[in-house]
Design a protein around this ligand. Structure first.
Ligand SMILES: *Cc1c(COP(=O)(O)O)cnc(C)c1O
Length: 417
């Protein structure tokens, strides 16, 4: 049987995994949707569970030999229920986008109307952006934020009354404020709409008790497991018991085939980590770190969208500093600081070269960085922005970043390939 290992058999792939590990270790990862999973999560993810077919659900599988798999999936579900106070959980969605698509197909008919947050105001592509297939099937209507950065709840109510959507959807990828779920629920109740929240970005902050939790209140909540929740790349759906059958049927057989049980095992491990008391401290530190960045950037006259942050991320209009989001992303890449260009509310430029940059603290916080480190990093970002056309200055920051990250070893116990 097999005796070869990766490095010997496939040195090319091994090389790029090693280089990527090095990149992750000696740069500053500030893309707000990224994080670093634990070695325990990696072990489950790289396990032989990947070999098993298990279409169906625990106790009701289409294949034999699922006795161990059933325990794994049930543990993942029970832990998720405990973590979020959910009545019913489906851990099979392969990622955030498939989770949303499964929900849409579970609770709507083609042509039905759904009211969601505008992409340019922080919403997500899967919330009905015209480039998606879902936008061809369902009728998406979009609400926006106010100039001060709050969701415009009055406008949301007016739109709900006018369009009578079957579903009201909240959730975001580039918005930095919390959501008043009770207010949204009241509006939905006024028109008899289903409430759906997509907490992909902030699930870890909710699990850690640092942000409002829509799960006890809303009909359906979707999430990814790989962002602030710090699990493997994947999705999950939580819902009321009354929708359980519909949701499960929509995921399988409606939309997906065999579940990825190695991934579900890794989700279970991540949920166990998130249930531990230390995770609350982690979530609190993510927020504190973001708040420090907010202060540091405000002190340097940066234009923060939505007026500031209540979560893990900041959206900054960088154009008053004399460059675009794309140019800023490129300069910071050279400096070893990874973030992404992003549209700002009512973006006057294009999606490929927008006005903003989006940055966040979950990954840095996982490495153990705190307030003092945030201050240093903010000063480097500012320096890189000011010197965005000066390669020598950017390389100087790169060297400093490389030295700095050595003090925060990422995977000290993980063997090399
Ligand atoms: C990231 C994200 C998704 C999509 O998740 P994928 O795992 O990339 O498919 C969906 N909704 C929101 C709000 C997100 O932030």
């Amino acid at each position: 049987m097999y005796t070869h290992n990766l490095k010997d058999f496939d040195p090319e792939i091994a090389k790029y995994i090693t280089l990527e590990r090095q990149r992750q270790e000696d740069g500053l990862e500030m893309i707000p949707s990224e994080n670093f999973v634990s070695p325990a999560v990696l072990q489950a993810l790289g396990s032989i569970l990947t070999n098993k077919y298990s279409e169906g659900y625990s106790g009701k599988r289409y294949y034999g030999g699922c006795e161990n798999i059933d325990f794994v999936e049930t543990l993942a579900i029970e832990r998720a229920k405990q973590l979020f106070g959910a009545e019913h959980v489906n851990v099979q969605p392969l990622s955030g986008a498939p989770a949303n698509i499964a929900v849409y197909s579970a609770i709507m008919e083609p042509g039905d109307t759904i009211l969601g947050m505008d992409l340019g105001h922080g919403g997500h592509l899967t919330h009905g952006h015209p480039v998606t297939w879902m936008a061809k099937i369902f009728n998406f209507i979009r609400y926006k934020t106010t100039a001060s950065g709050e969701i415009d709840y009055d406008n949301l109510r007016a739109m709900a009354k006018e369009h009578k959507p079957k579903v009201i959807l909240v959730g975001y990828s580039a918005y930095s404020r919390d959501i008043d779920y009770a207010k949204v629920k009241t509006i939905a109740d006024e028109i008899g709409a289903i409430t759906m929240a997509d907490i992909a970005h902030i699930a870890g902050l909710i699990a850690g008790g640092q942000m409002n939790n829509p799960v006890p209140l809303f009909d359906v909540v979707t999430t990814t497991t790989h962002k602030t929740l710090r699990g493997p790349r994947g999705g999950m759906i939580m819902c009321k018991k009354s929708l359980a059958k519909q949701i499960d049927k929509a995921v399988f057989p409606g939309f997906q085939g065999g579940p990825h049980e190695h991934n579900i095992a890794a989700k279970a491990v991540a949920f166990k980590e998130a249930l531990a008391p230390e995770f609350k401290d982690y979530a609190a530190q993510i927020k504190k770190n973001a708040k420090i960045l907010e202060t540091e950037f405000k002190n340097r006259d940066y234009k923060i969208c939505f007026g500031g942050t209540d979560n893990h991320l900041l959206l900054i209009d960088i154009t008053p500093k004399g460059l675009t989001g794309k140019e800023a992303q490129h300069a910071l890449d050279i400096a070893g600081i990874t973030l992404n260009k992003n549209m700002i509310p009512d973006e006057p430029r294009s999606a490929m070269d927008p006005s903003g940059i989006r940055l966040g603290t979950p990954a840095l916080t996982t490495r153990g960085m705190k307030e003092n480190e945030m201050k240093i990093i903010a000063s480097w970002i500012d320096k890189a922005i000011q010197n965005w056309q000066n390669e020598t200055e950017l390389q100087k920051i790169r060297a400093a970043v490389r030295e700095f990250t050595k003090n925060f070893p990422l995977y000290p116990t993980l063997p090399t390939l």
